[in-house]
Design a protein around this ligand. Structure first.
Ligand code: SAH
Ligand code: SF4
Ligand code: F3S
Length: 447
């Protein structure tokens, strides 16, 4: 028996530390993994130095994301001489993409992809006894519906309602690392929301790579949203990410009809050029997208929209790049996540080459970013003098004297500390703004 197993048998629970990279679905998966691990007798720790098992839940979406993990693994390994029994594991999308390659060189002890987390305790037991472990099969059915996630205390919770993606955008690695689309049951999700509400959660975010593709028999995502919204009208419900192809009128009307469904839609466009959108296999044209954005604005007054944009997709011309800028001017997003195209081996776009020179990509990305910063600032500036209901998150990052919270349109609001606690809703009148934050004074308190 290894020292570690002897340690475990002495009733001193082994400690597991997880670092999470990538999207919110990875954050939600980390909670599922910690749920599985705690049930198997491990205790979660926030301090890597205390840990017997260190897991990195990784992202493969761009090369840069993977480089960060490689560096992190080297750093962790360099600490290994004084921790000879430390077990290091890679989870998530990089585990799924690189599989046993990650085990070469013995830097990593276990490699477990997103659909095999139930096997982690067994694989870790092997690793603690000195055997490397690999679990990277994808599943058509795994949704972890019955796993109780291990959640940190707070007022917000995430729930992955569907997993995988069947869209196969040509640039994207996700369908290969997360497998096919599948959904949790509507009853299972509603039940979890009910429990969370009983535990004091004030905000729930429903997650999926492509959340609008949610299906449970005849029930679609609009039905799920309505059911979740009805659990407790004072609990805010958010969701992400929406693919433009599946954002139905029924869904728009459902958002409009429930006060607690947040008036904020993340609607990635990727490019403003119909030719590029086609090369990306995004399945909509610029005109379709614009009509959708207009319909949303008409039916959901005050709605905030955000997006994702890729600069320098293969074959993108200067004119096509300018179409992205003009679309941004037309839609006027409240915020955007903006990236340089990063070729991912195995995706269809990889075969198109990476023909936009690096300096051109950099220039296009910086133009996209500056334009978005200008628009975000202008939108925020137009809100000065308005009063918003703000749900308190906690202390402002910059000062203990200030609290911070969010509007239902997902804007961060900072205001002087009073007696409010996280989860309370306060009315704040905005008196100044920056590109990313609104500042104001509380005008009256209710909860
Ligand atoms: N499911 C979501 C997004 C998943 S990945 C959706 O469909 O919108 C998040 C974002 O990363 C994408 O929207 C895209 O803008 C970006 N992205 C994905 N692959 C990329 C790549 N190869 N290079 C650069 N950005 C990429
Ligand atoms: Fe990737 Fe497209 Fe699926 Fe989003 S919809 S995860 S961008 S393949
Ligand atoms: Fe990254 Fe995987 Fe999410 S590639 S963005 S962690 S689904």
């Amino acid at each position: 028996m290894s020292d570690k197993l002897a340690h475990m048998n002495s009733d001193n629970r082994l400690k597991v530390y997880i670092e999470t990279y990538g999207c919110q679905m990875n954050l939600a998966d980390t909670e599922i993994v910690l749920g599985i691990m705690s049930k198997s007798g491990y205790s979660p720790t926030d301090t890597m130095n205390d840990a017997d098992v260190v897991l990195l839940n990784t992202c493969s979406v761009r090369e840069h994301a993977e480089e960060k993990i490689r560096q992190r693994l080297s750093t962790i390994r360099s600490q290994k001489p004084d921790k000879p029994n430390l077990v290091v594991g890679v989870l998530g999308c990089m585990a799924e993409r690189l599989r046993s390659n990650l085990l070469d060189g013995r830097k990593v002890d276990v490699v477990v992809g997103p659909d095999e987390y139930r096997r982690l305790p067994q694989l870790l037991e092997g690793a603690l006894a000195g055997n490397q472990g690999l679990g990277v099969r994808l599943s058509r059915t795994e949704t972890y519906d019955d796993i109780i996630p291990f959640r940190a205390e707070g007022i917000s919770a995430w729930i992955s309602v569907m997993r995988g993606c069947d869209k196969f955008c040509t640039f994207c690695i996700v369908p290969f690392t997360r497998g096919r689309e599948r959904s949790r049951t509507l009853a299972g999700v509603v039940n979890e929301v009910e429990q969370l509400v009983r535990q004091g959660i004030r905000e729930v975010t429903l997650l999926g790579q492509n959340v609008n593709s949610y299906r449970d028999g005849e029930k679609d995502f609009a039905d799920l949203l309505a059911a979740v919204a009805n659990v407790e009208p004072s609990v805010r419900i958010r969701f992400t990410t929406s693919h433009p192809q599946d954002l139905s009128d029924k869904l728009i009307d459902t958002i409009a009809a429930h006060d607690n469904l947040c008036k904020y839609i993340h609607l990635p466009v990727q490019s403003g050029s119909t030719r590029v959108l086609e090369a990306m296999n995004r399945t909509y044209t610029r005109d379709h997208y614009m009509e959708l954005a207009k319909r949303i604005r008409a039916r959901v007054p005050g709605v905030a929209l955000s997006t994702d944009i890729i600069a320098g997709f293969p074959t993108e011309t200067d004119d096509e790049h300018r179409e992205t800028l003009s679309l941004m001017e037309e839609v006027r997003y409240d915020g955007a996540y903006m990236f340089k195209y990063s070729p991912r081996e195995g995706t269809p776009a990889y075969k198109m080459g990476d023909d936009v020179p690096e300096d051109v990509k950099t220039k296009r990305l910086s133009e996209v970013i500056s334009l978005q910063q200008k628009i975000s600032y202008e939108i925020n500036e137009s809100l000065v003098g308005r009063t918003f209901e703000v749900m308190v998150d906690g202390t402002s990052r910059k000062s203990d004297e200030q609290l911070s919270g969010r509007t239902d349109t997902n804007k961060t609001v900072v205001f002087p500390r009073g007696t409010q606690k996280p989860g309370d809703v306060v009315k704040v009148k905005i008196d100044r703004v920056s590109m990313a934050t609104l500042f104001g004074e509380v005008v009256c308190i209710h909860n």
